[in-house]
Design a protein around this ligand. Structure first.
Ligand code: BES
Ligand code: ZN
Ligand code: ZN
Length: 488
């Protein structure tokens, strides 16, 4: 998709479609006054297809200078908030896709401050790219969806506008990378396949280095927790270390849970929805997507991405409930449930992260089913040890549109994880505070580093597309991560 800006009148442009995005009808009316769209809008309003209460997508063809153009009116839902503009753009993208439109000019019809206009351009690009996503890689006859190749925004071409355009595009494209990864069936995306993808994806990036630790290396690194989870699978585990060398300062480290399939292991999961567990590397997908965008956005930061990669399987070799395993930092862990595997692989990766004396560690994981019980499918849970980092993360919601909600990590959770035989249990035997107690477990491995933990189990996937959300795996967390790093 090629995106440009213009200040030329739409009726003089060679485009198939003309879009007006509006917050209220009066503004829209004055915007199209004395243009060839004036009568059409008057008709659509008279026939009650457009009014201030109906904020859907309405479209009709219009003959202008002897060529037909599809005029599209997109109402932004009110009250306007941080997600409404993005959602309208996503609806627009689906509409244009249905109509097989190849080129369009888009008008944001409301008069706002320069800062707001820039944000609306971010929203527009993001919504368009996220809304047109469909996963069809394993369809033998995929539907053509990429009709729209030329998008022109009606705006002056300032540096701020170009930056906004780029920010929106990069964020959404990065999220689509994460969606593709998480949607890929686990038989096509083993730990080895993730390594292969990452090597290829970053091969031409001058500022990015990829380092891969295999099973032998992980043994030397004493990553006993990661290795224990992996031992039930025939797939070799890996730790990926991807570095963006854009500054010499201490790094910001992003750690993503990379369980390419989570059967639960010996504590096997019920078969209902088990297929969703191909998305249990959603955290890994998010950090990989985010790093790709941070590089493309020329962020002047030293960023390191760590991805522990395993498949969690039951087998004769699998780790078992009751086993005691030893993490990299020497902490002994009693395994209560082999399905609480994410925190085990993260524990070793977090220990590794601390060795770089980082400015901050941010981990992201499809960690606990309890997260959906607490928040539904509408928000990601955020936890951490550093108030400043927590606040700056929570503040990104306003522009990223990804909802976050903070949960506590009370010291009292210590008793939930107290073990008779080892230093700590991998999970509680009660069902209390599943999300917070998992975070408590992780906190034992970050030392004194400022640390943030995002549990995306709640926002990992959806059963239908809505607004910017895609059907299937959603690549949740990518936009948040990009913006948290940009703000550091
Ligand atoms: N990957 C799951 C968490 C999950 C569940 C993510 C559903 C997305 C949707 C994780 O490894 C897990 O199984 N956690 C257990 C922890 C429990 C055994 C303490 C859970 O949430 O049930
Ligand atoms: Zn699990
Ligand atoms: Zn899991």
């Amino acid at each position: 998709m090629i995106v440009t800006t213009t200040t030329q009148n739409w009726d003089e442009q060679d485009v198939q479609s003309v879009v007006f995005i509006y917050e209220n009808v009066n503004q829209l009316k004055s915007y199209v006054a004395n243009s060839p769209a004036q009568d059409l809008l008057a008709y659509l309003m008279k026939s009650k297809q457009i009014d201030d209460t109906k904020k859907s997508v309405v479209s009709a063809p219009l003959l202008v200078n002897k060529t037909w153009k599809e005029l599209v009116f997109v109402g932004v839902e009110t009250p306007v908030h941080e997600r409404t503009h993005k959602e309208s753009a996503a609806r627009l993208a689906r509409h244009l896709q249905k109509k097989c439109i190849t080129s369009t000019v888009i008008h944001l019809t409301h008069s706002v401050s320069a800062r707001k206009q820039a944000q609306q351009i971010v929203d527009c690009m993001e919504g368009m790219v996220l809304g047109s996503y469909q996963y069809q890689r394993y369809k033998s006859k995929p539907k053509k969806t990429d009709y729209l190749t030329h998008v022109t925004l009606f705006a002056t071409s300032s540096k701020t506008i170009q930056a906004a355009l780029n920010q929106g595009l990069q964020q959404a494209q990065a999220q689509n990378i994460a969606r593709d990864l998480a949607n890929t069936p686990a038989n096509f995306l083993t730990p080895k396949d993730v390594v292969g993808f990452v090597k290829q994806h970053f091969a031409q990036r001058k500022q990015v280095d990829v380092c891969v630790y295999n099973q032998a290396a992980l043994k030397k690194m004493k990553m006993g927790a990661l290795l224990a989870v992996a031992q039930g699978s025939v797939e070799e585990p890996f730790l990926l270390e991807i570095t963006l060398n854009a500054s010499k300062k201490p790094p910001v480290i992003l750690v993503g849970k990379g369980v390419t399939f989570d059967t639960g292991g010996i504590s096997i999961k019920p078969s209902r929805s088990m297929a969703d567990m191909k998305g249990d590397m959603g955290g890994a997908a998010a950090v990989i997507g985010a790093l790709s965008a941070l590089d493309q956005l020329n962020v002047k930061q030293h960023v390191k991405v760590l991805v522990p990669l395993v498949e969690n399987m039951p087998s004769a070799n699998a780790y078992k409930p009751g086993d005691v395993i030893v993490a990299r930092n020497g902490t002994t862990i009693e395994v209560i449930n082999t399905d609480a595997e994410g925190r085990l692989i993260l524990a070793d990766a977090l220990c590794w992260a601390t060795t770089f004396k980082p400015k901050a560690i941010i981990d992201i994981a499809t960690l606990t089913g309890a997260c959906s019980v607490a928040l539904g499918d509408v928000a990601t849970a955020v936890m951490g040890s550093d108030r400043k980092l927590l606040n700056s993360c929570l503040a990104t919601q306003k522009t990223s549109g990804e909802r976050l909600w903070e949960l506590p990590i009370y010291d009292d959770y210590k008793t939930y994880l107290a073990s008779d035989v080892a230093d700590i249990k991998n999970c509680a035997e009660n069902r209390l505070a599943g999300t917070g107690s998992a975070a408590y477990f992780l906190q034992q491995f970050v030392g004194k580093c400022p640390w943030l933990h995002l549990d995306i189990a709640s926002t990992m996937n959806y059963s239908s597309a809505k607004g910017c959300r895609a059907k299937g795996m959603d690549g949740s967390g990518v936009r948040t991560l990009i913006q948290v790093v940009q703000a550091l």
